[in-house]
Design a protein around this ligand. Structure first.
Ligand SMILES: Cc1ncc(COP(=O)(O)O)c(C=O)c1O
Length: 366
């Protein structure tokens, strides 16, 4: 229906290419006439070991309270996070996934005439948010190993730049920039930009993470964003947060909606933060998955990008074709042509049995 209002659509919205998430199991089951229980999903970098049991138990207790609005200020959760990181509560903002924190940064700092800098082949939401707010986004080529080129990113900053996104480890490449590289970057980055360290995989990183919180402690214009979606197995709840100097967090609080984090997410997040055993089990699973899939790639003669996260890029030639062929066999992975990497597929490490199904199916379809 061609309603007159459609003529008035925000051109930035009209031009957006929506984010393509990993396909849901049920959808693939319907399309290929498969049993959902036989489908293996390794497409969204979710937890391979389910949900934190401590978070589950806390949610069971809180369920009857669902008729009430959540605490709009997320008092307990922000206190808990503050204690966890040795910062003050007013240095923490919580969001409906760390995606919401990225969008709040857009509301706060992406105003006409400004620009943002990020890396090519980096998490696509930076680009989407910049497009939504109609500002210039500078995507800086990576090094040949698909690692952020922090020097080139620094060189792309000018007086219009408000935000620089450093996704570490980076999705979808899995590559990580070291503490030394981050230190050199932070020595040279101009004080007028806010540096966003997107650390969605920090707790389960398979290589040492740079210490970026030191810059928050030093009151530098830095925000570290993290999520409960990956390490804690709470992707379905949508819970993420940012840690930054209080004056920066205040800007995000101004821009957010009153009850942006739901009641179950708040209690689950508090409980999950104490679940060290769950994190340990996840890290062991991802190390094992990485070793297994890397060995399989070597055997199959497939190049891959060494990863520091719970997923990896494998060079298969025609990523879309391999994704389609795997899907027909009930294995959901991710094509990454939308990230400018059409020759690769991205898969995340699952259980040993899931990884085996993936490798067997990949061997069949090549
Ligand atoms: C690098 C990175 N940042 C942020 C997110 C968003 O995570 P969430 O909104 O689930 O917290 C993801 C999810 O895939 C990611 O890979």
């Amino acid at each position: 229906m061609n309603f007159p209002i459609l003529e008035k659509l925000n051109p930035a919205v009209a031009a957006l290419q929506p984010y393509e998430p990993g396909r849901p199991i049920e959808e693939v089951a319907r399309e290929f006439g498969l049993d959902p229980d036989d489908i293996v999903k390794l497409a969204s970098n979710e937890s391979a070991i389910g949900t934190s049991p401590k978070a589950l138990a806390a949610m069971q207790v809180a369920l009857p309270e669902s008729y009430r609005y959540p605490d709009g200020g997320a008092w307990h959760l922000r206190n808990k996070l503050a204690e966890h990181y040795g910062v003050d509560r007013d240095q923490i903002a919580v969001g409906n996934g760390s995606n919401e924190i990225l969008e709040l940064l857009g509301h706060a700092f992406m105003v006409p005439g400004t620009s943002v800098v990020s890396s090519a082949h980096a998490f696509i939401v930076y680009k989407l948010v910049a497009q939504l707010f109609g500002i210039e986004q500078r995507e800086i080529p990576m090094t040949s190993g698909l690692v952020h080129d922090l020097d080139a990113m620094l060189a792309a900053i000018d007086e219009t730049t408000t935000l620089v996104f450093v996704c570490n480890p980076n999705n979808p490449t899995g590559t990580i920039v070291s503490n030394d590289a981050v230190c050199r970057f932070m020595e040279r980055v101009p004080e007028h930009v806010l540096v966003v360290f997107d650390e969605a995989y920090a707790e389960i990183a398979l290589s040492p993470m740079p210490d970026t919180l030191q810059y928050v402690h030093d009151n530098r214009p830095v925000i570290v964003t993290r999520t409960f979606s990956k390490a804690y197995g709470l992707a379905g709840l949508r819970l993420g947060y940012g840690i930054a100097p209080a004056s920066i967090i205040h800007c995000l609080q101004q821009a957010r909606q009153p009850f942006n984090v739901n009641l179950l997410a708040q209690v689950a997040g508090c409980a999950a933060l104490d679940d060290d055993a769950f994190i340990k089990a996840g890290v062991a699973t991802y190390h094992a998955g990485k070793a297994y899939v890397e060995a399989a790639c070597r055997k199959l003669g497939l190049p891959f990008i060494p990863t520091a996260a719970n997923f990896m890029l494998i060079e298969v030639g025609d990523g879309a074709a391999v994704t389609g062929a795997l899907q027909a066999k009930g294995i959901i992975i991710r094509p990454v042509a939308g990230y400018g990497l059409p020759q690769y597929i991205r898969m995340n490490f699952g259980t040993a049995a899931e990884n085996e199904r993936f490798v067997d199916a990949l061997t069949d379809v090549l």
